[in-house]
Design a protein around this ligand. Structure first.
Ligand SMILES: Cc1ncc(COP(=O)(O)O)c(C=O)c1O
Length: 412
């Protein structure tokens, strides 16, 4: 994931919204470690919380449960009121994996439904149809499940039902055809940071899954805390899942994940109410790591300050609007799209509603843009979304737009 040809930028140091490579080049950083660094690199309050936790507790990790787990769980429950219980993991991958396992255990069904082009972590079941070649992927309203890794087993492929984003009729038909087999429908409500599920579509999925007894899982690992205000996409549209996953930002830059659920679903892992034979096993040496949670809580503290989101929105809009103005002025078919503090740059005209729309984008133009920007001191992962942070300044945006104008003029 970190590689791109001929070789990626190797980082040496980072501070605020900037990153320096081994040769000492200064970049404005829009990778931000694929999202977690929403306050920028080395935020003083986050660094202080990390140091304090270690000084206060005398160790980096205890083993037994501790206060920070409870504080983080209570904080997340306040922000996501559908959730009664919270469990921690060490990555987003683990969070979706365990949410899916819980659904399979609760329902005693073993298929999962996921969307074409959606990413839920690096394991075989959810890598199915991550970046399928459209020519091989069947009709848009009945996508074929295609392996996303040579390691995928035939059983995993057969157990994954692939859905088209924002086509409720097609989803309903596919879900009904597998009605007694699917345990969970897992969705990124803002797929890859830019393909937004329509509120009506999400409401429709909520109704259908409830009807068919399928558990609805919102994977908000990427969209969590990156919308226009505190919370995730579900808070904006008022649709509640049965389970949700978080990661990235809640660890303040350390490895982290969490899954949250209703009491009814999360009871599956409850060692008090259930004997082992009736339980879904969940455990992990480093789950709920105190240093990680201290950094995450400090990050949420800053995000909850009244000025934080208005500033982040302003910077993100300036950047997005500036890029879109350049595309328009230079008559290039580009668009910077996505809500909140994440967006993608797609060289294609027209609405972007699902994987197939995005797959029509001109990859060659995107590559020219990406490498031109990298060469001019703007850092992000080629062909991936951009993330903004509260440490980005108006000068950073100006420097970025000046570089973009230079690159795009040569492309026009
Ligand atoms: C929506 C989504 N789910 C899951 C993951 C996996 O998280 P991690 O990389 O922490 O395993 C990611 C990571 O980018 C993600 O964006």
């Amino acid at each position: 994931m970190k590689f791109y040809a001929p070789y990626p930028v190797y980082a040496k140091r980072a501070k605020g919204g900037h990153l320096w490579d081994l040769d000492g080049n200064d970049y404005v950083d829009y990778m931000l470690c694929f999202g977690p660094m929403i306050l920028g690199h080395g935020h003083p309050k986050v660094l202080e919380a990390i140091r304090k936790q270690m000084d206060r507790d005398g160790t980096v990790i205890f083993g037994p449960p501790h206060e920070l787990e409870v504080r983080m769980a209570e904080r997340l429950k306040r922000i996501f009121p559908f959730a009664d219980l919270v469990r921690f993991t060490n990555s987003g991958l683990e969070a979706t994996l365990h949410a899916i396992r819980i659904a399979q255990g609760v329902k005693r069904r073993f298929k999962i439904a996921k969307f074409e082009g959606a990413y839920h972590g690096s394991y075989d079941e959810v890598l199915v149809s991550l970046t399928p070649a459209v020519a091989d992927a069947g009709p848009a309203d009945a996508p074929k499940a295609l392996s996303g890794s040579l390691s995928t087993t035939p059983a995993e492929l057969a157990n994954t039902v692939v859905l088209p984003l924002n086509d409720l009729d097609a989803c309903n038909q596919i879900l009904r055809a597998h009605r007694d087999e699917i345990a969970a429908l897992v969705i990124e409500p803002v797929q890859r940071g830019f393909l937004v599920a329509d509120p009506e579509f999400l409401k429709g999925l909520r109704e259908t899954t409830r009807d068919l007894g399928i558990l609805l899982v919102f994977d908000e690992i990427m969209s969590g805390f990156r919308m226009e205000k505190l919370g995730a996409y579900q808070n904006l549209v008022g649709v509640e899942p049965d389970l949700m996953t978080l990661g990235k930002i809640i660890g303040g830059g350390f490895p982290c994940g969490a899954f949250l659920g209703t009491a009814e679903t999360m009871d599956a892992v409850n060692p008090v109410t259930r004997p082992p034979s009736e339980r879904v096993f969940h455990g992990g040496t480093f789950n709920g790591h105190p240093t990680v949670l201290a950094a995450g809580l400090a990050t949420l503290d800053v995000l909850e300050e009244p000025g934080t989101y208005p500033y982040l929105n302003r910077i993100s809009d300036q950047l997005r609007d500036g890029l879109n103005n350049l595309f328009e002025d230079l008559r290039l078919p580009g668009q910077a799209i996505g809500p909140g503090s994440t967006f993608n740059i797609v060289f294609a005209k027209g609405p972007m509603r699902n994987y197939r729309d995005a797959a029509k984008a001109d990859k060659k133009l995107r590559q020219l843009f990406d490498y031109g920007m990298l060469a001019r001191g703007i850092h992000f992962h080629p062909d991936k979304p951009w993330y903004t942070c509260t440490a980005h300044t108006a000068e950073d945006v100006e420097r970025t737009l000046t570089a973009a104008e230079d690159v795009l003029r040569k492309m026009a």
